[in-house]
Write a protein that binds this ligand. Structure first.
Ligand SMILES: Nc1ncnc2c1ncn2[C@@H]1O[C@H](COP(=O)(O)OP(=O)(O)OP(=O)(O)O)[C@@H](O)[C@H]1O
Ligand SMILES: [Mg+2]
Length: 283
């Protein structure tokens, strides 16, 4: 049912009032965002706060958070969907545009625009165990403005979610995954500073967790290194939004039966850093 928005909600006072309804430990982050927002940014901040409050409510009542309702980049224009599908179909076959692949998807570049790549789901069985494509994209959308020590995620462009085609179009990062670097024996960037690299990644992860986002798949294929040594984090196919850290790593099967929990991001990241350090010291 359509509910008209109350314009008072979008004023600093309206936002402040709703921040006051949150538990104390969650207020700082919103107070901080409010203090940095100018007047034109208040409606967007207000919308995000409403969504956060709504998500907390649904999490508390054990329902899935309503991510999908809010994905701004979901492509709904039929003409544009078909135009993109035609481009993707051709590009997917070209070896020169191949970027990488994982258990669920293949990634390749756009034919004309070198800043764009597509993640196309190839293994629908595997993908059933992951987030929906819209959900996965939602994390990229939510993290778009998070840059910590230069560490960030790719910018999201569009999402196509059809029964037989599931594609995320995003920024192509000029970078290589740690997995590919190690497997192919590639050189690390010149003057690569391991300790600084590790510090930047840890700082990003702490900031991501402060936004209640947990990656849950921090393996070597999902961390990239740019030629200037900047780390990037990709692939939110297993990510989760959680209010508390204890609940962040819970896993359930399709019937809701608890399964072995996910490994904590911190633990997985340290394992990756261990491997990388050994490689760094021996090359
Ligand atoms: N935006 C990007 N820019 C550059 N390279 C990328 C980008 N996205 C993905 N890649 C490359 O493509 C590979 C596969 O992508 P991704 O990890 O998203 O697939 P996946 O099938 O979900 O992986 P997993 O096996 O972890 O589930 C990555 O390991 C990385 O090398
Ligand atoms: Mg991956």
């Amino acid at each position: 049912m359509f509910k008209p928005r109350n314009p008072l909600e979008d004023t600093a006072e309206g936002i402040e009032r709703r921040i006051g309804t949150l538990p104390e430990e969650l207020r700082d982050r919103w107070e901080d965002r409010l203090s940095r927002a100018d007047a034109t940014e208040l409606p967007e901040l207000s919308r995000k706060l409403n969504k956060f409050i709504q998500e907390r409510r649904s999490l508390n009542s054990q329902k899935a958070p309503p991510f999908m309702t809010d994905l701004k980049h979901l492509e709904s224009d039929e003409g544009r969907i078909y135009a993109t599908l035609a481009r993707i179909g051709e590009a997917a076959e070209r070896e020169d545009l191949y970027v990488g692949k994982g258990k669920a998807a293949k990634v390749f570049k756009d034919m004309k625009d070198s800043r764009v790549c597509y993640k196309s789901i190839t293994n629908f069985e595997e993908y059933r165990l992951c987030n929906s494509i819209g959900n996965e994209a939602k994390y990229l959308e939510d993290l778009e403005d998070l840059v910590v020590d230069g560490v960030r995620t790719p910018i999201l462009y569009t999402v196509i979610d059809l029964p037989s085609v599931k594609v995320i179009s995003m920024e192509y990062l000029e970078a290589m995954s740690i997995e590919d670097i190690l497997a192919q024996g590639k050189a690390l960037p010149e003057n690569f500073d391991f300790d600084l690299f590790a510090k930047r990644l840890r700082a990003y992860m702490t900031a991501m967790h402060a936004r209640h986002i947990y990656h849950r798949d921090m393996h070597m294929g999902n961390i990239l290194i740019a030629p200037d040594s900047s780390p990037y984090i990709i692939d939110f196919g297993k990510a989760a939004f959680a209010i508390t850290e204890e609940s962040a790593y819970e896993a359930r099967d399709a019937a809701g039966v608890p399964m072995k929990p996910y490994a904590r991001d911190e633990l997985q990241l340290e394992k990756v850093l261990d491997h990388l350090k050994r490689y760094y010291l021996s090359h």
